[in-house]
Design a protein around this ligand. Sequence first.
Ligand code: HSE
Length: 301
Amino acid sequence: MLKIRVPASSANMGAGFDCLGVALSVYNYIYVNQTGHGLVIEAEGEGKDKIAKDEKNLVYQSMKKVFEYAKKSVDGLYIKLENNIPLSRGLGSSSACIVGGMTAANALLGNPLTDREILNLALLEEKHPDNITPCLVGGFTASMVYENEVYYIKKDVPDKISFLLIIPDFTLKTKKSREILPQNILLNDAAFNISHSTIFALGMYSENFDIFKVALKDKIHQPYRSHFISDFDDILKKCEEFGALGAYLSGSGSTIAAILYDSDRGKVENGIRKYLDKTNKCWKVITVKADNLGATVEKIQ
Ligand code: HSE
């Protein structure tokens, strides 16, 4: 039996739309075994009753893509999913299924595919690389697509940095959250985002985290998507007031993520919890670390 651990991920990180992302220490687990015949899928945890348990299952579908690519077949599969990543909250749950399934299939076949091949296959399913890359390789990543291939640079995130996740009690589908975006943006807004995302990424790379206070601002997606989340601008301001370095809409939402020094987690968490209570929001607040490993495979029997 193989046990695959896949991390959640938080994409965009302010101005880095469809480019920047970070893997987080919230994990889905996939247990997989070759059985000789049939397909059995069991699921526990987040979305367990909504998830398909037949050939339509996203993890299984993703495994199949690897078998087809490698021109190999596997007789019979038992798949057990233990899901901790909330669905449709901007925390990379579908990337975790795709990357997790592909990693599982690759491991079953004896790892014929490289990370680059897995990323390029995953891109066909996910369309943008900012969740799949950190999910596969861990850490903070800047990714781009050139002629249908994913290119990325990774940086491990040190332990002194934490991520506060403010997870609303409602879902937001990526499709709906992308449809609201304009097809054309102003040159000034493009220049604003290029400068901010570059400074943010270099700040992360050189561990000059204080620059996040200004570099996390965005003009090309959050202003449009913020309408889906009540008090969005206020919550971002509150995160800063309570001591976070900055906050942003995680992926296409609905989660808001704040980046902070771990030493400030108590005051930021307490402040945000009290603020959410006052505004009658029963939203979940958790503080997590970056995951610097990405998808891992362990043989357990
Ligand atoms: N970059 C993507 C978006 C992430 O913001 O729509 C969602 O998968």
